[in-house]
Design a protein around this ligand. Structure first.
Ligand code: SAM
Length: 234
């Protein structure tokens, strides 16, 4: 077996996540295991364990590790859940979810990214993931309801199409706000009603779709903390 040259860098990344306040040991463990460098273009693999978003082509980004950890922690996965992810991107967040949940259904708008993510996830042996090309703002009605939903791009508001696909008692995490800056929110469905809590300011690429943002005014960079945000006390 080829040796993984990034083991030490991954360990350091996880130390940094701990320092930033990530507490869920299951999330930290899988982030120490999943090879993030295999989800970014080869020429920037040496940057894969920096706590920063990175370009993955098609004007899109792989999110900052801290944001991935924060969103995953907020989902409170215990194993066995059925999860919907909107915005597959590189497939890195998908892999983290696949490690911690039962099944993951992930939707990506850009066919080339979906294809690449599908190939990577299969190569890494994730048999509990389905990736499809489409408009995630409409959800995946044939597979609903989902115990957890995660949206990995910015939305102007939470579409009822997606909310309707969350199971009773389920949790949903999504960046909501302006086109270039949002707040990360955690929603819980209780008795059919919404309870929500803000996690932190953030900056994601827009989710473009029927119930998202219109096309052609895409933001420059994404998947990190917003200006001045420390991800806490919001
Ligand atoms: N979680 C990803 C990762 O780990 O690489 C990063 C996701 S990236 C910040 C947001 C992704 O959402 C982009 O790949 C973008 O193409 C996708 N996207 C935008 N609008 C979408 C839509 N309506 N449905 C599905 N995916 C969408």
């Amino acid at each position: 077996m080829t040796e993984d040259p990034f083991v030490e860098e991954r360990r350091r990344m996880v130390e940094e996540l701990r320092r930033l306040g990530v507490r869920d040991e299951r999330v930290l463990r899988v982030m120490e295991e999943v090879p993030r460098h295999l989800f970014v273009p080869e020429h920037i693999q040496h940057l894969a364990y920096e706590d920063t978003p990175l370009p993955i082509g098609q004007g899109q980004t792989i999110s900052q590790p801290y944001i991935v950890a924060l969103m995953t922690e907020a989902l409170s996965l215990r194993g066995g859940e059925k999860v919907l992810e909107i915005g597959t991107g590189s497939g890195y967040q998908t892999a983290i979810l696949a490690e911690l949940a039962g099944e993951v259904f992930s939707i990506e708008r850009i066919p080339a990214l979906a294809e690449e993510a599908r190939r990577r996830l299969a190569l890494l042996g994730y048999g509990n993931v389905k990736v499809r090309v489409g408009d995630g703002t409409l959800g995946w009605p044939e597979e609903a309801p989902f115990d957890r939903i995660i949206v990995t791009g910015g939305l102007p508001d939470l579409p009822d199409t997606i909310w309707a696909q969350l199971a009773e008692g389920g949790r949903l995490v999504a960046p909501i706000g302006g086109r270039y800056d949002q707040y990360l929110w955690v929603y819980v469905k209780e008795g059919g009603r919404r309870r929500r809590r803000a996690l932190c300011p953030c900056t994601f690429v827009p989710i473009i779709g029927a119930r998202g943002w219109p096309e052609d005014r895409g933001g420059p960079f994404a998947g990190g903390l917003g200006p001045g945000g420390d991800g806490r006390d919001v």
